[in-house]
Structure formats: C-alpha cells, structure tokens
Design a binder for this molecule. Structure first.
Ligand code: AKB
Length: 309
C-alpha cells in the first residue's frame, strides 16, 4: 500500500490534489503537510505542520508515516518570486535538492515535483512549443524551475531516483485561490464575475497563455504517477497542454453567462513575464508516453466554474 506525503497541501494545487489522492488511497494513507495551519477540506485525514526546508522534520514525518511517495509542491510563483529573488531561489531550489537527496537515501520510493511553462523564455518558439527546445527563462521562478528539471533528470540518471514532473500551464480552479502567479488573473476573473463586480486585468487583452482546468491538472498528475516506469521517457518534466486563451477570450466566454460583466485592462510588471512565455504547448510526448488527454476547454471550464463557484 502507498503512503503518500503531500508537501504544500494548503496551496492551490495541493489542496485539490490531496482531496483526490485521499479518495483514491484512503484518507489515512495521504499525509497533508504545510507550513501553515490546515484547511477545512483537508480535515478528513492526517495533517502535520512542516517546513520543507527543515530536513530533520521532513525525515521525522517520512519515518513516522512510512511514506512511499512524495508530492513536493512548495514554490514561490512567478510574480511573488520577482519581489524576493534570493528567498525564491532558496525555497524553490534547496527544498527540491533536499527531497531528491532523501529519495536517493531510500527514505521513500517515488517523487512528484511540478515544473511550469515558466521554463520557457523570449527565444523559445511561442507556438506549439516542443518538448525539447530553446529554454532561456528570464524570471527567477522560471530559472529555478529549469534548474529543478535538470536536478530531477540528473538524480534519475545518476542515482536511479524515480522522479516525475509536469510543466503545468496556468492552473485554474475555483475551490482555492492561487497566490502570486502571472496566470492568476484567469482565476480572479471568475470570482469577480460571480460577485457581480467589475474586473481589472493586469495583463493586456490579447496576451495568449497556455492554461488548464484544475480537474485536468490533478488527473494528469495522478496518471503520470500511476504510469509504469518504463513508459516515462522524460525525467526532466513533460510538456502538458489543455487550452490557450487571452484575457479578452475568457471575458467573452464569461459574458455569455453574465451579460452585464465588465472588464478593463491595466497591464503591470506581469505583462513582461507573460510576454516571455510560450503561447501554446505541444504535449505529444506526454500523449504518446502515458496517454495524456485533457477533458476541459475554455467553454466547458467556464460552465463548470460558474455553476459550482
Ligand atoms: C505562474 O503564473 O507563476 C504559475 C505558472 C504558470 O507556473 N501559474
């Protein structure tokens, strides 16, 4: 039986992934951890306060629950990381390398670590960005994700660590709020529409970015972790895609449901970050290796969010 540790369980992805893992493996087999207090939706199973940079505490939890699989989700995202580059580097990088070392030392068997479209940069082909391509990220978050991918690949090749990773597009969910990302406008806009308030977007109306509904992101993560090891040909991180849209296009979709909804545009420093990223992603390697297929497009996601929010 798998005993799973989720590090960063109170975050945007962690909170939804933990709930899904508990449905699959049983609440007692999925240990949620975070630096901050737990959330209501995590109250079904074990929760421990844990700072991922405190290696002794991480070891203690790994031993206490006889953990076999770790989802290490902690990171400072793109916009926040620009405000504290040194801390972002320390958190994003040291935490990963510490966890990779624990995997190498045999504390657990399999590791999941998220990468991002932020690994791409101004010289990356913007349309249908291939799995293997120019990567010249110019944000500290992107630099840390690209370096992290190389560490993962290195630990797999050199130490046979079973580490798996996805380059997430912007993740959109309604159950939890994101913090500090460049794609987060696409979450906020639904909350404003539902609250019958006007929305001011921090990106220009034609800024196209790859995005994914949280249901698809959670399913992709679990499908990757469930795939037989011999199907995993990429140990840095897989390109992953579902949809791409602009702020204007998401507005046009929401306005079909809320005809009085109004949006204006006031681009800030996040515009330059968005402009440096890819606009659409070729995820054919993930499709071929472990059968990835998204279920949600912009219209289906909008319908689902506005019904349930
Ligand atoms: C961000 O905007 O920083 C994240 C990401 C694309 O990784 N959502």
């Amino acid at each position: 039986m798998n005993n799973i540790l989720v590090i960063g369980a109170c975050g945007q992805l962690g909170s939804e992934l933990t709930v899904r893992l508990r449905q699959i493996y049983g609440a007692d087999h999925v240990i949620a951890t975070d630096k901050k207090e737990s959330l209501d939706q995590l109250s079904e199973g074990p929760f421990e306060i844990m700072d991922v940079l405190d290696t002794n505490r991480v070891k203690e939890i790994l031993k206490k629950y006889q953990i076999t699989e770790v989802y290490h989700l902690v990171a400072l995202l793109s916009a926040t990381a620009e405000a504290s580059p040194r801390f972002a580097w320390e958190l994003n990088m040291n935490s990963l390398v510490n966890i990779l070392d624990l995997a190498k030392e045999g504390y657990f068997k399999r590791l999941y670590w998220p990468s991002s479209i932020a690994v791409f940069g101004p010289n990356t082909p913007k349309l249908n960005t291939p799995q293997e391509t120019i990567m010249d990220p110019n944000t500290i978050y992107g630099i840390s994700k690209l370096a992290g991918e190389r560490w993962c690949d290195y630990y797999h090749k050199k130490h046979d660590v079973d580490v798996r990773s996805l380059r997430y597009p912007g993740l959109i969910g309604y159950k939890s709020l994101p913090g500090g990302g460049t794609t987060d406008y696409a979450v906020d806009i639904y909350h404003k529409a539902k609250a019958k308030q006007n929305f001011t977007c921090f990106l220009g109306e034609d800024t196209r970015l790859p995005m994914m509904y949280m249901d698809d992101a959670v399913r992709a993560t679990i499908e990757l972790m469930d795939a037989p090891a011999d199907k995993i040909t990429v140990r840095s991180s897989y390109n992953l895609a579902a949809m791409s849209f602009t702020p204007k296009e998401i507005y046009q979709e929401i306005v079909k449901h809320y005809p009085d909804f109004k949006t204006s545009y006031s681009p800030d420093f996040r515009q330059a970050i968005a402009d440096s990223w890819a606009q659409s992603i070729d995820d054919s390697v993930a499709q071929n290796d472990w059968g990835w297929k998204p279920a949600f497009d912009l219209s289906k996601m909008t319908q689902d969010i506005l019904t349930n929010l």
